[in-house]
Design a protein around this ligand. Structure first.
Ligand code: DX5
Ligand code: ZN
Length: 230
């Protein structure tokens, strides 16, 4: 994984057909996705439950590029090894998931993965200030984690802007997740985000048997973000 700040679109398979994950991953990549974003939820840290490491391992062979695993679970540490073994390229843990996120990030890197740290909408940027040299990615939640299809929370745009300044020259991606559409992509890209996660705005209108709308949706988000950068 070469570091660059080029805009990357990471469709979240939370909005895919759960009975066809392998084919859905292949379809979004064929339609122009840069990364595949995988949302793991435990019904404890967040109110919803999705799937765990076995599903990640099962979909891995269907992903040619980057598998970006977003853990919305607590505790995290007992499960880091399993997600690394499942083939995650990036593992992101929430700063709110426990008292020892610093140790969690060390464990993710020790397991051979890139490490990401995520912030809920109510969490301030100072929570990651002393973690920036330990991470490869900071994820700003632009909805409350747990469900796809929620409304973008506009107060987070300023958070993205301030985090971008705090990251400075470090090779750290700034990812946003939740309510991303072409309209909100414009806002977060202008504020400095480089990785845009989108679930409903990518999968809407398409299916594994008719994946062309995925491509049109990805292009619309990318174009909005790239235009905002200029
Ligand atoms: C929410 C997840 C997101 C979600 C985004 O908890 O982390 O990745 O799938 O979905 P949309 O793009 O529909 O808001
Ligand atoms: Zn996510």
């Amino acid at each position: 994984m070469e570091f660059s700040r080029a805009i990357r679109i990471a469709p979240s398979i939370l909005s895919a057909d759960f009975a066809a994950f392998g084919a859905e991953c292949a379809a979004i990549e064929a339609q122009g996705a840069d990364w595949v974003h995988v949302d793991v939820m435990d019904g404890h840290f967040v109110p919803n439950i999705t799937f765990g490491p076995a599903t990640c391992a099962a979909i891995r062979p269907h992903i040619r590029g980057v598998m970006d695993v977003h853990l919305m679970i607590a505790p995290v540490d007992p499960h880091v090894e399993a997600f690394a073994r499942a083939g995650a390229d990036i593992i992101t843990a929430h700063v709110e998931a426990g008292p020892h996120v610093h140790r969690t990030l060390q464990a993710i890197r020790a397991a051979g993965c890139k490490a990401g740290v995520a912030l809920n909408p109510g969490t301030g940027i100072e929570a990651v200030e002393y973690l920036l040299d330990l991470v490869d990615l900071v994820l700003v939640m632009t909805v409350n984690p747990g469900f796809g299809g929620q409304e973008f929370i506009h107060s987070q745009v300023e958070k993205v802007r301030r985090l971008r300044a705090m990251i400075g020259d470090r090779p750290v991606h700034l990812e946003v997740d939740g309510g991303v559409t072409p309209a909100t992509a414009t806002l977060v890209a202008a504020a400095g985000a480089d990785v845009l996660v989108a679930g409903s705005a990518v999968f809407r209108g398409g299916s594994v048997t008719d994946p062309a709308p995925y491509g049109a949706n990805i292009r619309a988000i990318r174009e909005a973000a790239e235009t905002a950068r200029r």
